[in-house]
Design a protein around this ligand. Structure first.
Ligand code: PEP
Ligand code: MG
Length: 754
């Protein structure tokens, strides 16, 4: 029978009418695929719906493939012919699908015997709705007329699907109710994710939500006296103090005050005092605890102040603890050690607390980890992965999970084979750790050019690792970390103690202290500067320090005091003009004068440096190089701002290209300026540990690298494989390229040689 496109379009139009008479979307789409398959004489017809939140297409209706794949088969935008058609908003027709570079074979769905493939995006304007696809075993089965017909149907479908979604939202139904069921189906074994902090972990799941911190109490409570109540408060206080002490041993710089909020609230008359009043009125102590905790939570949750809103977790945690100590029922937070925590979002302080409780790994199910939550997780050695799938929040407690954030993989109820692979991976890691122990104090290219290898650190605890791995110094200390994870500003004294430990920890070696880089995605919950529409372009880093001198002064004074008797290097982030730099340097000089008047020992002659991370700084790099003592390239931000690509936005991660010609030329300009003015230059952004970018960086004359402590050994090995003459020639060739594709080709050629 010949294919009948006109009939087909008419039939689909009729079906659309049927839908409007009250049929559900899925059954409507199922009828559509049958009608299309029938009229086109195609063996397979499918509709994939676009899941915008996850940026994936989901097989929603199908005829001809394994019916079990409906609702389960998911492809990333750009993945496979279907995903590619939707990404590029164009039909893709292939006589033999396997010849198409984007073809992706998916085992188990029964598409082995199909050759011809035609996929057409379903669009509403430029908005992605889904993909309509047909397949057939005959080679070259579809032609241009089929493509035209399918496009016409796709247009028709887009309107109908949109009305369906509107109707569903009016009736309060979930758009993709069949696609995103409430709980995780047991047959889902694997989910893709985005790495947040590398590492692997095997453990039972714990969903971190309000239920976990439930403070409701049952009826028929055992009798307890006022004495018991007071004892429970004392025990709670002791426990918290012990917790705090344990943490201080492990994480001296950030531990203090993590539990101080608990301690303060515990002894507050409005809190334990209010409980006591109720108890004296004859209310059962457990009921009194529960009532007051709920009142506090309501009050905090309704507060306009985000700092107070964040306290809800603290209060619930505290309430659960008191109840456990009072009733002896194990009802407080479960033992987190070795578990994999699943959460919608986490605060930095949650992460620190979880690390103290020796959590195995973290799975975040929505949003994204801010760049700095990921950095913090790395410093705490906590594997973390972001998997956009809220069904994970419904996983029963203690479901076995494997987090492999290096591969971006989450295994649910892994079978024996997966567990064996996990164990093998652990073995390989052990071996990698052994390689770390062979790290040399000196790093050289294959031709003997000496490269200085420094470490980036965020917490005091990173310092020991840096020393163990023979880092030649600290090229970047991100001083904002202790600020980010606390409940309020550390005092000058507290900062002094941290900076002193750092300065003393690397005697005779370079330690670069970067002043606060707050703002952007590193907001302090306890310090509000007002809402900003574009925080990455807002009151960030040195701008904030210069605006709020009362925050800047204690930091600078603490640094000057800690730098007594040694070389002190102070680096300002986010400098956009010579004026910014001079204003910040003048402020440090004022602090020096002030400390002198106060007779407080301090360093009189610090060296002043800047992070080069803004396009504006590149434009005026010679003037900046003339003024400063040293410079460090913050390529993480530099790439973001040159290309206008948010470094935390997964949707445009493919546009974040350190090898873009504009970035390469900027890097060269910075290296040239440093050479011309004989100023020390390093690079501390992530590209300093990139195998692809390192030859270019060395090729343009950068000789100091500052990298994440976990990359030191690897970077030393990569550097040892680079020939500097060759690297120079390649870098020059890359700089001649005007197109990204040409640079890609050069990089590919280089890769194939290694
Ligand atoms: C950078 O921007 O490259 C950098 C090292 O700083 P941060 O990642 O802290 O912004
Ligand atoms: Mg930066």
């Amino acid at each position: 029978m010949a294919k009948s496109s006109v009939d087909l379009i008419c039939s689909v139009a009729e079906l659309a009418g049927l839908f409007e008479k009250g049929h559900g979307l899925e059954s409507f789409l199922q009828k559509v695929v049958s009608v299309i398959a029938w009229h086109m004489k195609a063996a397979v017809c499918s509709v994939y719906m676009f899941d915008e939140e996850k940026q994936e297409v989901v097989l929603t209706a199908n005829q001809g493939l394994n019916p079990g794949a409906i609702g389960k088969l998911r492809l990333k935008l750009g993945e496979g012919i279907v995903g590619r058609s939707l990404l590029e908003l164009r039909p893709i027709m292939e006589g033999t699908s396997r010849n198409n570079p984007y073809f992706k074979y998916i085992p188990g769905i029964g598409e082995e015997n199909y050759q011809a493939f035609l996929a057409v995006p379903i669009l509403r304007g430029l908005t992605r709705v889904g993909v309509l696809a047909v397949q057939d075993p005959a080679f070259d089965y579809f032609d241009d007329n089929d493509a035209k017909a399918l496009r016409a149907i796709a247009t028709q479908l887009a309107g109908t699907i949109e009305s369906a979604k509107l109707l569903m939202s009016l009736h309060g139904r979930e758009e993709h109710s069949h696609v995103v069921p409430e709980s995780m189906p047991v047959d889902i074994k694997f989910l893709h994710g985005t790495p947040g902090s590398s590492g692997t972990a095997l453990g039972g799941s714990i969903v971190f939500d309000d239920e976990l911190l439930d403070v409701s109490v049952e009826e028929n409570l055992p009798a307890v006296s006022i004495d018991d109540f007071n004892k429970a408060l004392d025990t709670t206080e002791e426990q918290l103090k012990k917790f705090q002490l344990d943490m201080e041993e492990r994480l001296a710089d950030i531990a203090s005050l993590i539990f101080s909020a608990h301690l303060l609230i515990l002894r507050d008359t409005e809190f334990s005092g209010a409980m006591l009043k109720l108890v004296e009125q004859g209310v059962h102590p457990a009921v009194a605890v529960s009532r007051v905790v709920e009142d506090f939570c309501r009050m905090f949750a309704n507060s306009e102040n985000t700092r107070l809103q964040e306290k809800v977790h603290d209060v619930r945690d505290l309430g659960s603890r008191i109840l456990r100590n009072l009733t002896r029922v194990d009802r407080a937070m479960p033992d987190f050690s070795g578990s994999i925590i699943i959460a919608e979002s986490l605060l930095p302080s949650d992460l620190v607390r979880m690390s103290a409780q020796k959590v195995g790994g973290i799975v975040l199910v929505s949003g994204g980890a801010t760049a700095h939550l990921s950095i913090l997780a790395r410093s705490l050695d906590l594997p973390m992965i972001i998997v956009h799938d809220k069904r994970l929040l419904k996983l029963p407690a203690n479901t076995p999970l494997i987090v492999d954030s290096e591969q971006g993989a989450l295994f649910i109820r892994p079978d024996a084979e997966v567990v064996r692979n996990f164990e093998l991976l652990q073995e390989t890691k052990k071996k990698a750790a052994e390689i770390e122990s062979t790290i040399n104090p000196e790093t050289c290219t294959s031709d003997g050019t000496v490269i200085r290898l420094l470490a980036n650190i965020n917490l005091l605890s990173d310092l020991d690792v840096a020393k163990r791995l023979k880092a030649e110094g600290i090229g970047l200390y991100r001083s904002e970390f202790p600020f980010v994870v606390r409940n309020d500003f550390p005092s000058e004294e507290e900062q002094y103690r941290v900076y002193k430990k750092l300065a003393d920890g690397m005697p005779g070696r370079e330690v670069v202290f970067r002043t606060l880089d707050i703002g952007g995605d590193k907001m302090l919950s306890y310090f509000q500067t007002g809402n900003e529409a574009n925080p990455f372009l807002g009151l960030r880093a040195i701008r904030l320090s210069l605006r709020y001198r009362n925050i800047f002064a204690p930091q600078i004074r603490a640094l000057l005091r800690a730098g007594v008797g040694g070389e002190l290097r102070i680096m300002f982030p986010f400098v956009s003009s010579v004026d910014d730099f001079i204003e910040a340097r003048d402020f440090v000089r004022e602090c020096i004068v002030q400390l002198g008047h106060e007779n407080i020992p301090h360093n009189n002659t610090p060296l002043f440096g800047i992070m080069v991370e803004l396009p504006a700084a590149v434009e005026i790099i010679e003037e900046l190089a003339y003024e400063v003592d040293f410079m460090s390239i913050g390529s993480n931000d530099l790439v973001q701002y040159i290309l206008a690509v948010d470094r935390t936005n997964e949707k445009i991660a493919d546009l974040y290209m350190p090898h873009h010609p504009a970035v390469l030329r900027s890097l060269k300009k910075i290296a040239d300026a440093a050479q011309k003015f004989k100023k020390h230059l390093s690079i501390c952004g992530d590209i300093a540990s990139s195998k692809v970018m390192l030859p270019f960086l060395l090729g343009i004359g950068i000789k100091t690298l500052s990298v994440d402590i976990r990359r030191l050994a690897q970077v030393q090995q990569i550097v040892a494989s680079i020939d500097i003459t060759q690297a120079r020639a390649n870098a020059m060739a890359m700089l001649q390229c005007s197109r990204i594709s040409e640079i890609n080709a050069l990089l590919e050629t280089e890769k194939s040689k290694t």
